[in-house]
Design a protein around this ligand. Structure first.
Ligand code: BES
Ligand code: ZN
Ligand code: ZN
Length: 459
């Protein structure tokens, strides 16, 4: 499914989003018929209302839609997406006077509005399309929306489809479409290159693997890591049915990296990237990692397994070690690492960790600007003690229930030496309840903010 804008040279209907006071103004300038139509329909510019105003010949003269509160802090994100979902098929042109930033947001909202999960896509064609507002970078927004659709499709796919082999295929397709280079490591080689991914993944009939996608010949090097756990049962520390229900989405980090890579390649950003995706299923079998096992990481650090459900950090740790073999200008990891991140910030705000204040500032600013909300959390060194092990160098989960997302980030930082260029995102990858432009289900998080920050931090 390809998102699109309305063609510039086709007929269109004028669309105006109005607040209540703007509606009064509109009525003041409207024809008698228009004013009476608004009244007769009881249109009050409520955020959920849309009204087609007829022309004299049975067609639509223009469309009015209710606006949203201008209160500071009120979330007006992508409101236009829900307006477009309510409109009949056709081409619409936004008549509002908007700032460039709001025009970009409206344009992106119009693309996000076109998503349907594959199971509900049958026979649907794009309905209401927006003419790209003046000054928007269409190519960039289309690439971003395609990336977002990719994440949603990948995360929404059931684990019976999105197996480690299927995840590999997705990356192969992306690599081939952009003449990039994909390396796949499995079996004995994986046990050497990513021993902890191998250890977690050997529990499943679906072979674990490492995917490495390289692209670009010049420019700063961006290293990306994404947790690719195709299903997380918790392993022998098995999750409850409730906690396990959504665990097909435990590869959302990998999906965000896939989309980020494809956007960077489509836009031909002047950077090089190296994406490392550890892929495994965390299953229950006689080959599962056991609580009390000690794993030797790629870097030689001995890790005591105190909870087999804290598997994501094991996968990412080896990947980060591997990433550090080359000197990158920016190193970013994404993973659905902890439930604690949701307890702290809920499903929509992504906690991130970075020691570099400039990088953190750019990320926060970009996240706010492009409506990909992030919140910086502290890498609070005193909590590092919660990961002290009696039998190994570090343990994979804290003995307390406190600060779970922070301790996961501290664990990862133990495997990173050049921390000044490192940022980690503890994402959720799931829209818990439908919002404008974001139906319930898989969703991209942090990728759009990182895309902006890459440009600002490195170029
Ligand atoms: N994939 C989960 C984290 C998760 C849970 C993400 C719910 C989104 C929603 C991860 O592998 C996990 O199970 N983490 C444990 C860590 C704990 C054992 C230290 C958790 O959060 O409970
Ligand atoms: Zn887990
Ligand atoms: Zn997990």
């Amino acid at each position: 499914m390809q998102p699109e804008f309305a063609p510039r040279d086709a007929p269109f209907v004028k669309l105006t989003v109005l607040s209540k006071s703007e509606l009064a103004e509109w009525c003041g300038n409207a024809t008698e018929t228009g004013r009476r139509w608004v009244e007769a329909n009881g249109f009050g510019a409520e955020p959920t209302e849309v009204l087609s105003v007829p022309d004299g010949s049975g067609g639509i003269a223009e469309v009015l839609a209710g606006g949203v509160s201008q209160d500071p802090g009120h979330d007006t994100r992508f409101h236009l997406a829900s307006v477009l979902r309510r409109l009949p098929a056709g081409n619409y042109r936004l008549a509002n006077k908007l700032s460039q930033q709001d025009r970009d947001e409206a344009a992106l909202a119009s693309l996000f509005a076109q998503y349907w999960p594959s199971t509900r896509r049958n026979g649907r064609s794009h309905s209401a399309l927006l003419v790209a507002p003046e000054g928007t970078d269409c190519e960039k927004l289309l690439a971003i929306a395609e990336g977002e659709f990719l994440v949603r499709d990948m995360v929404n796919a059931p684990a019976s489809e999105m197996t480690p082999g299927c995840l590999e295929k997705v990356f192969r397709r992306i690599a081939e479409a952009n003449s990039a280079d994909l390396r796949v490591v499995k079996g004995k080689e994986l046990a050497v290159e990513c021993p902890m991914t191998h250890a977690v993944g050997r529990s499943s009939e679906h072979e674990p693997r490492l995917l490495e996608l390289n692209w670009g010949t010049s420019g700063p090097l961006v290293s990306l890591a994404g947790k690719g756990v195709c299903f997380d049962t918790g392993g022998l520390n098995m999750k409850s049915g409730r906690a396990m229900a959504l665990m097909k989405k435990d590869m959302a980090g990998a999906a965000v990296v896939a989309s980020l890579c494809s956007v960077i390649m489509k836009l031909k950003l002047p950077v090089r990237f190296r994406a490392l995706i550890p892929v495994a299923e965390n299953s229950v079998s006689e080959r599962s990692v056991r609580p009390g096992d000690v794993l030797v990481s790629k870097s030689g650090v001995r890790v005591e397994i105190t909870n087999t459900d804290a598997e994501g950090r094991l996968l990412l740790a080896d990947t980060l070690t591997l990433a550090e073999e080359r000197e990158s200008d920016l190193l970013v990891s994404f993973g659905t690492l902890t439930g604690a991140a949701r307890t702290a910030l809920g499903p929509e705000i992504v906690p991130f960790y970075a020691v570099n204040n400039r990088l953190a500032g750019l990320l926060e600013e970009a996240g706010g600007r492009v409506r990909d909300p992030l919140w910086r959390m502290p890498l609070w060194q005193p909590y590092r003690g919660m990961l002290e092990s009696d039998v190994a160098d570090i343990k994979n989960s804290s003995s307390t229930a406190f600060a779970g997302s922070i301790t996961a980030a501290l664990f990862l930082n133990h495997f990173v030496r050049r921390r000044e260029s490192f940022a980690h995102f503890d994402i959720y990858g799931w829209q818990a309840s439908a919002a404008p432009g974001r139906p319930k289900g898989g969703c991209g998080q942090a990728g759009r903010a990182v895309l902006e920050a890459i440009t600002e931090f490195l170029l």
